[in-house]
Design a protein around this ligand. Sequence first.
Ligand SMILES: NC(=O)c1ccc[n+]([C@@H]2O[C@H](COP(=O)([O-])OP(=O)(O)OC[C@H]3O[C@@H](n4cnc5c(N)ncnc54)[C@H](OP(=O)(O)O)[C@@H]3O)[C@@H](O)[C@H]2O)c1
Length: 268
Amino acid sequence: MEYITLNNGLKMPIVGTGTNTYGKVSHEYNGALTNEIPELISALELGYRSIDGAIMYRNEELVGRVLAESNVPREELFITTKVPANEEYISSKEATRAAIDNSLKNFQTDYLDLLLIHFPIEDKVQLKNTWEVFEEYYEAGKLKAIGVSNFGKNHLDVLKEFANVKPAVNQIQVNLKEPNKDLLAILLEEGITPVAWGPMKAEIHQKEALDEMGKAYNKSGAQVLLRYQIQRGVVVIPKSHNCKNQASNIDLFDFELSAEDVEKINNL
Ligand SMILES: NC(=O)c1ccc[n+]([C@@H]2O[C@H](COP(=O)([O-])OP(=O)(O)OC[C@H]3O[C@@H](n4cnc5c(N)ncnc54)[C@H](OP(=O)(O)O)[C@@H]3O)[C@@H](O)[C@H]2O)c1
């Protein structure tokens, strides 16, 4: 595994696994919870150490139990979760503190590696209050890094007005369908690590071109796309319910795309 260093010095695995449909009937986001996550067990066996969770996924407790029952030492894991931008969690500082305390309990840990605000909070006072609680837990060592998700430049600018701790990451959709080029450039420029959700989404013609390009590297088109992402400093959190795909999505460190191929992908 390779790591990226966040703006506060914390090292984050550059590839992690998403969890938004793990432990759910029919692998549906809104499906009822099952009581097991074989995919998470196989992900850990394959070497995944970064786990991307969220309160909205409803499966924190189950994910936490699987992690606790694994033989992976806590210090090897990088656990991310996200506080929803809903009244229930952000209407007061107490509500936000209760949410974080509950996530710590769900993951059976006394610290989280990364906590994000899941979606922009449009009300400035609520955003300030929420961020202040994040900073409070960060200063207390209960959060090793804090950041945001789905924030645009406008939201980052508002946060900047009062933040004492700069967000370490912004988790956004970045893929060939949604290149998000301007925001990506701003994040890289400002030292806020971009984490890509949906990192492999591409149009059919783009997938065909990536598959073709992969032949020279003996890699699949999906691996070429993930490699493209990490080679430009974007953390990826692909999610798969298929053990073969999970293995393939982490097998990215024995090849490098040429500058020419990177340029071709830029123009797909
Ligand atoms: N912050 C946010 O608002 C937000 C929003 C969405 C997602 N997320 C996070 O980001 C994670 C990843 O995003 P995502 O789940 O939307 O999309 P994704 O990881 O880009 O794609 C998942 C889909 O791709 C397939 N897949 C995975 N590996 C493959 C491979 N090697 N070859 C071919 N197909 C492959 C999977 O099918 P199989 O199961 O059949 O492999 C699955 O259908 C989520 O799990 C979640 O943790 C965050």
